[in-house]
Design a protein around this ligand. Structure first.
Ligand SMILES: *Cc1c(COP(=O)(O)O)cnc(C)c1O
Length: 355
């Protein structure tokens, strides 16, 4: 695509936040990327403009039928001041996988990555430098026709916003308590579970709220039909170390194919660890725990990278995993992945991309 990105710089640059008090997703940088789609014309008018409110008619389709997709990745500043992205092509490819499912027109992934790099270059000073901090990147696409009929929109906006975020683990990695959901379901095969789309999150909120009330941090979803097979945790894929074989649910259409999941599998294989992608029942996990072979369990996702699971509660049956402590594989994966992301560990896989 030979589109030229126009740049309009802000007249009122904001003050950068105090790096020690950064949370997640509350502060946004000075600029954003916006590109329009019109049926017959394709994607057009890519531009970088000041970050700020956007105006939409109340009839805009996204507000009514939820036709939208999103992504999440990070930019990291190395000690030498380089800016690195972690496998961003994967996220761009996943945009098109989600688009296809939601009837949103395909984007040019190379151009989208160029646009992302141009935006980050402009906002370089917003990337925090303190240990563990980063710049969270949120690309998303929304349906913009002002129309109440049910059909795919004929117009869209592709937007990228940036948010400096704090270290996920400030006081060391703490294993989380997980509630295994056996009433509500998140996704079924044939549905939209494998797409990164707001509907999956709207669907999961009620269970999340109820689990929080019971003292659990996150929900582990079971398959939507038999409520038997393990799927994923909230915003993370899951892995279980049973008898030194690492098992993760196979991608059957209802699970998101996480970039961190894929990277974890690659890393483990490179260390000679046996990794298996297959269906696994919650019962098998409980049986393994009873036999003493469930060595560790952890979630993987861009936000936390690795989140060890210290406790599971399924139908009032509570089990503790690895004494509620972080396992040795979990910490090795965490150290290696974050090491690569911050340019401290040699990137043998060619995963990082310099901006
Ligand atoms: C984004 C997401 C993940 C994690 O994917 P990463 O690419 O590793 O960040 C896992 N599950 C769901 C439902 C997600 O939306």
């Amino acid at each position: 695509m030979s589109l030229v990105i126009s740049v309009e710089k802000t007249q009122n640059p904001k003050e950068k936040p105090d790096p020690s008090s950064l949370g997640f997703g509350q502060v946004f940088t000075d600029h954003m990327f916006v590109m329009d789609y019109t049926e017959g014309k394709g994607w057009h008018d890519p531009k970088i403009v000041p970050y700020g409110p956007m105006e939409f008619e109340p009839s805009t389709m996204i507000f009514h039928y939820g036709q939208a997709i999103f992504e999440g990745l990070k930019a990291y500043k190395t000690k030498e001041g380089k800016v690195l992205l972690f496998r961003p092509q994967k996220n761009m490819e996943r945009i098109n996988i989600s688009n296809e499912r939601l009837c949103i027109p395909e984007i040019d992934t190379d151009f989208a990555l160029e646009a992302l790099k141009a935006l980050i270059k402009l906002e370089k000073d917003w990337i925090p430098e303190a240990e563990g901090t980063s710049l969270y990147i949120r690309p998303f696409i929304i349906a913009t026709d002002p129309f109440l009929g049910v059909r795919p929109s004929l117009t869209y906006k592709f937007i990228i916003i940036l948010s400096p975020v704090g270290a996920y683990y400030k006081e060391g990695i703490n294993p989380v308590k997980i509630y295994v959901e056996s009433d509500y379901v998140r996704a079924v095969r044939g549905g939209i579970g494998y797409a990164k789309t707001p509907g999956n999150y709207a669907c999961s909120l009620k269970s999340q709220v109820e689990a929080n009330k019971k003292g659990y941090t996150q929900v582990l979803w079971l398959d939507g039909v038999e409520k038997k097979y393990v799927e994923e945790v909230g915003t993370m894929n899951v892995f279980f170390n049973i008898d030194n074989e690492v098992i993760t649910p196979s991608l059957e259409g209802s699970i998101l194919a996480g970039v961190t999941r894929d990277s974890t599998i690659e890393l483990l294989k490179s260390w000679g660890v046996k990794v298996t992608e297959r269906k696994i029942t919650i019962e098998e996990l409980y049986d393994a725990h009873a036999k003493g072979t469930l060595i560790e369990a952890f979630g993987t996702g861009t936000a936390a990278v690795i989140s060890p699971i210290g406790e599971l509660s399924w139908n009032d049956n509570v089990i503790k995993i690895n004494d509620g402590k972080i396992g040795s594989l979990s910490s090795k994966i965490y150290e290696t992945l974050t090491g690569i992301q911050y340019g401290k560990v040699e990137d043998k896989f060619g995963w990082t991309v310099e901006v």
